[in-house]
Design a protein around this ligand. Structure first.
Ligand SMILES: *Cc1c(COP(=O)(O)O)cnc(C)c1O
Length: 359
């Protein structure tokens, strides 16, 4: 007898991570931090090697307290997870029933679809406007009763953002018992005045959660560390559905050191500002369309011409040791997402694209 998985699970197409870079190639496919991570975080991780036989603090208390202090929020309403991915999954596990509706934006992060499908919920995408979330369209799509609305602000893979006032208009227009999840994976990179502080939404409204990660600005993607901030009742539920030791001990130690190393965060922001501008302007200078990004990557669009399209560009870059991200699973078959890299890598990307365009 074949054991049957829950209906719908076999329809899930597992998440495809950014391709690994072969020896000597540069990986610009996963939005990792070009500067690596804080040396202090790496040291804390190594020091934790002496304690590998000890269970971690299941509540990650010192880490939550440090996050709370750094962000000016209540540590009791923070939950840490093995990446923000885990927290997104836990939110789905806790709140979704088969047949529920989950709403996302047209080019929303692929994990939202997985979260919905794992619980037998259906995912509905709200059309975007110019690769940017359109709040009226999200409200229209959610009006027939969405259990959860996921919105990444700014969004991956587009790199675009919407002002705090728009997120507030979304919250105010949604049914009060719809859970709004604002994914702030790239929040630290955004310096636009209208962006505001998404964590304040949690204090100002019911049923609103913000997720954050150590994978991007802190450069700790390999550790798997993230956190969410939410209302007391939701935090209480997430604690009940998470694993008792879901965050490992080296991650807690390294995360703590990373938060304290504000110098590394500032350097990462400065590096990104400089090279995001360089990539955007230089690639536009080659006649390619680049969606304006506030993240550590750019979305580059190619002409629909055989030999000049995104797949051809992807192969051309790969032959030159530059691994970037095709985004056809997002419904963007003719674009590539390119992560901001180290100084020389960014120059190589532009040179290679120039050769591709002119070739
Ligand atoms: C990278 C990313 C995450 C973070 O994932 P982790 O599991 O924390 O590594 C979450 N949301 C978006 C939109 C991302 O791009």
């Amino acid at each position: 007898m074949t054991l049957q998985a829950r209906p719908g699970l076999l329809d899930i197409k597992p998440y495809t991570p950014g391709a690994a870079a072969p020896d000597g190639a540069v990986k610009l496919s996963s939005n990792e931090n070009a500067l690596g991570c804080s040396p202090k975080a790496a040291e804390a991780f190594k020091a934790a090697a002496d304690q590998l036989h000890v269970y971690p603090d299941g509540g990650a208390t010192v880490l939550r307290e440090a996050i709370g202090e750094a962000e000016g929020i209540d540590p009791e309403r923070i939950v840490c997870g093995a990446g923000s991915d885990e927290l997104l999954q836990l939110i789905g596990r806790a709140y979704l029933d088969p047949g529920d509706t989950v709403v996302q934006t047209q080019y929303g992060f692929l994990v939202y679809r997985l979260v919905a499908m794992q619980s037998g919920a259906q995912i509905v995408s709200a059309p975007e406007d110019g690769y940017t979330a359109d709040i009226d369209s999200v409200l229209e799509t959610a009006k027939d009763g969405a259990k959860i609305v996921f919105i990444a602000n700014p969004n991956n893979p587009t790199g675009t953002w919407v002002p705090d006032s728009e997120i507030r208009r979304l919250r105010e227009g949604l049914p009060r018992d719809t859970l709004l999840v604002v994914d702030g994976a790239y929040a630290e990179f955004v310096k636009e005045p209208g962006y505001g502080n998404p964590l304040k939404l949690v204090d100002d409204y019911e049923n609103t959660v913000v997720t954050r990660t150590f994978s991007k600005i802190h450069g700790l993607a390999g550790l798997r560390l993230g956190w969410m901030y939410g209302p007391k009742e939701i935090v209480d539920v997430i604690h009940r559905v998470r694993g008792p030791f879901n965050v490992n001990l080296p991650a807690i130690e390294a995360g703590l050191a990373a938060i304290k190393d504000t110098g590394f965060v500032e350097e990462s922001i400065a590096h990104n500002e400089r090279w995001l501008g360089y990539l955007t302007q230089s690639i536009r200078g080659l006649g390619l369309e680049v969606t304006p990004s506030v993240c550590n990557f750019v979305l580059v669009h190619f002409p629909e011409e055989a030999g000049k399209d995104a797949m051809a560009a992807n192969a051309f870059l790969a032959e030159r040791g530059l691994i970037v991200r095709p985004v056809q699973p997002y419904g963007l078959p003719n674009a590539l997402r390119i992560t901001v890299g180290q100084d020389a890598d960014n120059r190589r990307v532009v040179e290679a694209l120039e050769a591709f365009v002119k070739g």
